[in-house]
Design a protein around this ligand. Structure first.
Ligand code: G4P
Length: 531
C-alpha cells in the first residue's frame, strides 16, 4: 500500500458540535486525555486550581470564557493494533459565532453531536444538524450528563429522530439515570461498563457472556438487570442492526450515552468512532470531484485567524488538505492570485501550542503563516491545477450596524483591521454604493463587542457603532439585465457590495423585500452568497 493511502486510512477529521453548555468542551478534553494529547483537563478542579480549558486560547476567550476561535487539535490513538491520527476541529460554542462553526463543518469528514440528557435537542443542535444534512456529513450522537436526572432514554431517541430528521441506533444503553446511574451496557460488544464517578480514572469494564449471565445481577442488582434485559429486547425489536453504510451516507446516527465530565462512556465512543468514522472523503470543486488519493496536492482555506500570538503580529490561514501530500518549502499555486508560493513554516496545532511540520496528508489541517493578507476564506492552493472549492457560503446576517471611525488619527489602522477581520470571517462588511458607508453584519451582538475589542487591541484602532434598521442582506441576480439595472437605480440607497464585489440589496423590512419581489419578478433574492 502506498504511504499516501496508508496515511489517508489513518486520518479521522471531525468536529464536536453542541448547543452551548451541553458538554462539548468537556467531551473534547476527555478525548484529548485519552489520546495523551493533554494530561490535565481544564475541568479537573480537584486541587482547586482552575486551569483554562486547553482549547480556548485567545485572550478574548479567556476573558469571556467562551470559545470564540476554532482551534485544531490532533493526536495519535491506537486501537486493536491499528494506528489512527485524530484531528478535532473545535468550534465556538456561542451562537453568535455560528458562521464560524458552519465554515468549520465544510472542513470535517464527520461530526459528533453532544446532547444534554435533561434538555434534549436544543435550537442550536437543530441548526447545526441542518448544515450537516446539507452535506450528508456522518453524525454520531453522544448523550451527555447521564449522572444527572434527565429524560427517559427511549424518549430521547425519539426526540432525536423527530427533531433532527435522522434515524438513530443506540450503541450503548444506560442503566438507570441521575443518582442511580450505574453505567452503560455496550450493545455491540455485549459488555458492561460500570460507573464510578471520577474525573480522572477510567471506569471498570466487565465482560459478560450474555444478558442472562448472573454476573449482571451481581453488579447492578436484580431490578436494574431485569429492566436492562427488557430494554434491550425492546431495542432489538424497534431498531434495525447498525448499518455502517447508512451512517456513512448521513442517514443513520449511532447513539452513545455517558458523562463527559466524569470521563464515562467516552472510550466506547472514541473506539467506535475510530472504527466507523470515515477517513477523508472526496471534495467537490467547481471543476470536478477531487479524491484524497490523488497524488497531486490540493487544499482550501476554511478559516483565517489573525494575531494568534499577540507578541507576533501574524495571521494564520487554516488549510484543509483535500488530496496528495503537502510538503514544506515546495512551490504551490495560489489559484485566486494565480501566483506560485512556498511555505517555509507550515504549522500544525495542539491547542495553543503549534509546531512546524514537514509534511501533511489529506484530512490534516495545516496552518500557513500569512503576514500580508494573502489569503481569504475559500482560497485554494494546489500543485498547479486550477480548482475552486465549493460550499463556503456566507449567510445573510441578522444584525446590522454602521461602523464609524472613533479616532481620526487611526483611519488607516481601522481600515486594515476591518479588512483583516472580515477576511477572517468574523463578520460581513457591506459597502453602501450610494454613500460609501460601511455596514457590518453579524449573527449576534457579541460579535460587535469582539470586533471592537480586537480592533483596539490588535490594530490600535477605535470604532463606534451607529444603528441602521435592516431586515436582511440579499444577494441578487437576474437574467433580465434591464430589470436588474432599473432595480439598482430605484433602490440605489439600499444597494451595497460585499467583500467580493457582489451586488447586495439591504432590505429594510420583510415588507419591503416582498414588495421588491412582487415588483421585480425576474430578480432572485438570495439569503446566502452561494446559489
Ligand atoms: P459546552 O462546551 O458545550 O458549552 O459545555 P461544557 O463542556 O463547558 O459544559 C457545560 C457545563 O456542563 C459545565 O459546567 C460542565 O462542568 C458541565 N458538564 C459537562 N459534562 C457533564 C456531565 O457529564 N455531567 C455533569 N453533571 N455536568 C457536566 P459549568 O458549571 O458551566 O462549568 P464548570 O464550572 O464545571 O467549568
Amino acid at each position: 500500500m502506498s504511504q499516501l493511502i496508508e496515511e489517508i486510512n489513518k486520518r479521522r477529521t471531525f468536529a464536536v458540535i453542541a448547543h452551548p453548555d451541553a458538554g462539548k468542551t468537556s467531551l473534547t478534553e476527555k478525548l484529548l486525555l485519552f489520546g495523551g494529547a493533554i494530561h490535565v483537563a481544564g475541568a479537573v478542579k480537584s486541587n482547586k486550581i482552575k486551569k483554562t480549558a486547553a482549547s480556548d486560547f485567545m485572550e478574548i476567550e479567556r476573558q469571556r470564557g467562551i470559545s470564540v476561535a476554532t482551534s485544531v487539535m490532533s493526536f495519535d490513538y491506537s486501537l486493536n493494533g491499528n494506528e489512527y491520527k485524530i484531528n478535532i476541529l473545535d468550534t465556538p460554542g456561542h451562537q453568535d459565532f455560528q458562521e464560524d462553526t458552519f465554515r468549520t463543518l465544510t472542513a470535517v469528514d464527520s461530526v459528533i453531536i453532544v446532547v444534554d440528557c435533561a434538555k434534549g435537542v436544543e435550537s442550536q443542535t437543530r441548526k447545526l444538524m441542518e448544515v450537516c444534512r446539507m452535506r450528508n456529513t456522518p453524525v454520531i450522537v453522544f448523550i451527555n450528563k447521564m449522572d444527572r436526572e434527565g429524560k427517559n432514554p427511549f424518549d430521547l431517541i425519539d426526540e432525536l429522530e423527530n427533531e433532527l430528521h435522522i434515524n438513530c441506533r443506540p450503541m450503548t444503553w444506560p442503566i438507570n439515570i441521575g443518582e442511580r446511574f450505574k453505567g452503560v451496557y455496550n450493545l455491540y460488544e455485549q459488555s458492561l461498563n460500570l460507573y464510578t464517578p471520577s474525573k480522572q480514572t477510567i471506569s471498570e469494564c466487565v465482560a459478560i457472556e450474555s444478558l442472562e449471565d448472573p454476573k449482571l445481577e451481581e453488579h447492578i442488582g436484580k431490578q436494574d438487570a431485569d429492566q436492562l434485559r427488557e430494554d434491550v429486547e425492546l431495542l432489538s425489536g424497534v431498531y434495525p442492526d447498525f448499518d455502517k453504510q447508512s451512517y456513512l451516507d448521513g442517514q443513520l446516527a449511532p447513539v452513545f450515552f455517558g458523562s463527559a465530565l466524569n470521563n464515562f462512556g467516552v472510550r466506547e465512543l472514541l473506539d467506535c468512532f475510530c472504527q466507523i468514522a470515515p477517513s477523508p472523503r472526496p471534495t467537490q470543486t467547481v471543476e470536478r470531484v477531487v479524491n484524497p488519493e490523488e497524488e497531486k496536492f490540493s487544499g482550501f482555506v476554511f478559516k483565517i485567524h489573525a494575531n494568534i500570538d499577540p507578541n507576533h503580529r501574524s495571521c494564520i490561514a487554516f488549510v484543509k488538505i483535500c488530496s496528495g501530500k503537502f510538503e514544506r518549502g515546495t512551490y504551490y499555486k495560489h489559484v485566486r492570485l494565480d501566483q506560485k508560493m512556498r511555505f517555509s513554516a507550515p504549522t500544525c496545532f495542539m491547542a495553543s501550542k503549534k509546531e512546524i511540520v514537514d509534511e501533511c496528508w489529506p484530512g490534516d489541517i495545516v496552518g500557513l503563516p500569512d503576514s500580508g493578507g494573502t489569503f481569504k476564506i475559500g482560497d485554494t492552493i494546489t500543485s498547479g491545477e486550477v480548482l475552486n472549492f465549493r460550499g463556503i457560503p456566507s449567510f445573510s446576517p441578522e444584525l446590522f450596524k454602521y461602523v464609524e471611525n472613533a479616532d481620526p488619527m487611526k483611519a488607516k489602522q481601522l481600515a486594515r483591521g476591518i479588512d483583516q477581520l472580515m477576511n477572517e470571517g468574523v463578520a460581513q462588511v457591506f459597502t453602501n454604493q450610494f454613500n460609501g458607508r460601511k455596514v457590518i453584519g453579524t449573527v449576534g451582538q457579541l460579535q460587535y463587542e469582539v470586533i471592537q475589542f480586537r480592533l483596539e487591541h490588535e490594530y490600535n484602532a477605535k470604532c463606534r457603532w451607529e444603528p441602521i434598521k435592516l431586515y436582511k442582506a440579499c444577494w441578487i441576480e437576474s437574467d433580465d439585465e434591464a430589470e436588474l439595472k432599473d432595480f439598482k437605480r430605484r433602490k440605489m440607497q439600499f444597494m451595497a457590495v460585499d467583500k467580493e464585489g457582489r451586488d447586495v440589496f439591504l432590505a429594510e423590512s420583510g415588507y419591503v423585500l416582498s414588495m421588491a419581489q412582487q415588483d421585480f419578478p425576474h430578480i432572485k433574492f438570495h439569503f446566502t452568497s452561494e446559489f
